[in-house]
Design a protein around this ligand. Sequence first.
Ligand SMILES: O=C[C@H](O)[C@H](O)[C@H](O)COP(=O)(O)O
Length: 220
Amino acid sequence: MTQDELKALVGQAALAEVVPGTVVGVGTGSTVNCFIDALATMKDQIAGAVSSSVKSTERLQAHGIRVLDANEVESIPVYIDGADEIDHHGNMIKGGGAALTREKIVADLAQRFVCIADASKLVDALGRFPLPVEVIPMAAAQVARRFGQAYGGDARVREGVVTDNGNLLLDVRGLSITDPAAMEAEVNQWPGVVTVGVFARHKARVCLLGTPEGVKTLRF
Ligand SMILES: O=C[C@H](O)[C@H](O)[C@H](O)COP(=O)(O)O
């Protein structure tokens, strides 16, 4: 099975996690695009979606799915999103598609984070994928230096990318993330950091993992 077929498989499987009659939290990325396309088949059974990016909003609306502003929603039962890496505890690296801040906001509204991913995303330890960090533009160089001092990583601005929030992204290479929760808490306090792409506080509770043998369900 190709990676695209595995993404389609988990996108379809995620429909079983949707709670009929409620608002669904929707992430961003190529795996989530498969979920959005599948969700269109049950659009009359949900109360709408809260989206984590302009791209996902456009795709949802193209299917005729109502998109609510996050400010209109107090709580949602489930948030469905992909990941760049997920470990065996449900901690993730996210932000490869530049949507990490809005993803964390929608995840924060949700009672349960369901991660959908192909098997290549499952890792023993986070950090092989360059860690995205959304930063206020005037702080980019300072945050990059601080990463080097604190964690030894090499942080570079992602060329040509501006987030949906008008900020820059750093990608940090060469990290070995031994304590994701501690790193998330620490980096999020540095002046100029909007969001670090470690999702430990908002980790996945369930991962639907696409494998050549079918969808494996991991619970954390
Ligand atoms: O900013 C993007 C998100 O965190 C995505 O969920 C992540 O990059 C995974 O995307 P994909 O499903 O395309 O691999």
